[in-house]
Ligand binder design. Structure first.
Ligand SMILES: C[S@@+](CC[C@H](N)C(=O)[O-])C[C@H]1O[C@@H](n2cnc3c(N)ncnc32)[C@H](O)[C@@H]1O
Length: 510
């Protein structure tokens, strides 16, 4: 039964490869706006479940860039369709409707279908609104997408200044990649209410969905109903006000951004690793509710009622002076960045997000690239004179090194390696020139991943170059450590002397 379905389904999928079978229905779902009930006192914003790009249409994924997984659908295990072993899941890429062998049973379209966990807004002590789990959540579970308006870094900078001037205390700008940000201030999902914690129970991860990069909040541990959701903003501090972190965790860094290099360079941090900082010279934001709160404790309904009274105090007490902003970075107008520092060691390629917080800091930072087929690291930007720069970099020159060896055999071997390496370098440069339009197109569209067809070419050329480098270095080391034995050339045989000169009397040669 399972096999039979598989065959039929595959045919159906293939037949519709030209025009995705589920495409229309799925697209229709994508633009749906969900109504959410917001508690009284929440500043108005438009709730969306899909990122919006001002003045631009959604990107249409090219057919050649669709990555089809190799899952085999089995009716008797329909629940496992595109589970954790699905190639797309492993590479943080969602399956494309109409192309997945599991068809409508595919479980790997969580962003597309907005398969969020149940959550609820509540009022925290001193940290504004927060989001709590309204159901038990399993470790690794997708909780919600961080949706908002996708904007350029220039736009983010401008908006950040405007929000600050308007006296907006909380900020909701996170970075999507080097050039783009998600601003959830005016339009966003409930993820915008998730607070920072130094001991979080969630994290952000980037996924490639229909060719676009999107950010989701995932549970890092089992979370029971009623617990506040929090992730580590991993922000960068660029100067200005030092803001107290009210997460209440035992390992709390005390100030938002305290772990960042900017903060540590600017403030005196005790060298023995003590988490105390001198703050005398810096304006310190003290909210009315400056006491650390028990952030991840279960929140009962009565707490929600009680704390909602605090809101008014907090917002009415808003004083622009308390921010005392100084601008230190090239991103002028930015108080402090909530900069993401991706921790690539974590499972599945984690992608901490930069959250901007006017209550504390405005944010600009960068999420690292994702991993996987759909999100291969973009080759670093090359300047026009990159080739020149490359060649001026200190590198072993195989031909020159060859001259240092006495053995002709070693010299030839090194010269050969050097030639292979030069070819690989030239090939890499030409591949880069070839794929540059695709890279630029992706950058314009705020994608930090390359289409697989382009990425494959780049990876192949990069690997050849790396191998050529490696071979050259290994050859040098090998011959330094174990030089071939120096053999003295055998003496040439003397030519027979027709005149007999040089022959001794007894016939032996002299
Ligand atoms: C993305 S918003 C989170 C939602 C916000 N609490 C609200 O009421 O809309 C980020 C802002 O929340 C506040 N915040 C988040 N975590 C905090 C923490 N651990 N300590 C102090 N303030 C925090 C900061 O003002 C920050 O700018």
């Amino acid at each position: 039964m399972g096999l039979e379905f598989n065959r039929i389904h595959r045919e159906k999928t293939d037949r519709h490869a030209q025009r995705p079978y589920f495409g229309k229905r799925a697209d229709h779902k994508l633009v749906r706006r969900r109504k959410v009930q917001l508690p009284e006192g929440v500043a108005p914003f438009t709730h969306i479940t899909r990122n919006e790009r001002s003045g631009r249409k959604q990107i249409k994924q090219k057919e050649e860039d669709i990555v089809v997984c190799e899952c085999k659908f089995d009716f008797s295990k329909a629940d496992l369709a595109c589970g954790e072993r699905c190639l797309n899941v492993l590479t943080s890429t969602e399956c494309t409707p109409g192309y997945c062998p599991c068809g409508s049973y595919c479980k790997n379209q969580r962003f597309q279908k907005s398969e969020y966990a149940k959550t609820k807004l509540f009022k925290t002590e001193g940290r504004g609104w927060g989001l709590l789990a309204d159901q038990n959540i399993k470790a690794g579970q997708f909780i919600i997408e961080y949706c908002g308006e996708v904007i350029s870094s220039d736009e983010a900078k401008e908006r950040s200044q405007t929000y600050e001037a308007e006296g907006l205390r909380d900020a909701y700008i996170i970075s999507l990649n080097a050039s783009y940000f998600i601003d959830a201030t005016r339009k966003g999902s409930l993820a915008r209410f998730i607070n920072h914690s130094c001991q979080p129970n969630c994290e952000t991860r980037k996924w490639t969905v229909l060719g676009e990069t999107r950010v989701g909040i995932f549970a890092t541990q089992d979370i029971s109903i009623g617990t506040e959701l929090a992730y580590d903003y991993n922000f960068e501090w660029y100067g200005g006000v030092n803001v107290r972190c009210l997460c209440g965790a035992p390992n709390c860094s005390i100030f938002l951004g305290a772990k960042s290099q900017g903060f540590q360079e600017h403030n005196h941090v005790w060298e023995d690793g003590d988490d105390r900082y001198t703050v005398d010279e810096f304006p310190l934001y003290d909210s009315a509710e400056d006491e650390p709160s028990d952030k991840l404790n279960k929140v009962t309904n009565s707490t929600i009622q009680e704390t909602s009274i605090t809101v008014k105090t907090e917002y009415s007490g808003l004083n622009n002076d308390s921010f005392g902003y100084k601008y230190k970075t090239s991103l002028s107008g930015v108080v402090g960045n909530f900069k993401c520092e991706a921790d690539e060691k974590k499972e599945g390629g984690q992608h901490p997000v930069v959250a901007s917080g006017l209550r504390s800091n405005n944010a600009f930072g960068e999420i690292n690239n994702g991993s996987g087929a759909g999100s291969v690291k973009r080759p670093a930007k090359r300047s026009p004179n990159r080739k020149q720069k490359l060649s001026s970099r200190k590198q072993i020159n195989g031909k020159r090194v060859a001259q240092l060896f006495a053995s002709k055999k070693v010299q030839d071997e090194l010269i050969k390696c050097e030639e292979v390496r030069s070819e690989a370098t030239a090939k890499l440069d030409s591949v880069y020139d070839e794929i540059r339009p695709a890279i630029e197109e992706r950058e314009r569209d705020s994608l930090d991943s390359l289409p697989p067809s382009v990425a494959e070419k780049w990876i192949e050329a990069s690997c050849s170059k790396l191998k050529a480098d490696f071979d050259l270095y290994v050859t040098v080391v090998k011959n330094v450590v174990c030089p071939p034995p120096i053999t003295t050339e055998p003496e040439p045989e003397p030519k027979p002397n027709p005149s007999g000169a040089g022959d001794t009397e007894n016939g032996s040669k002299s």
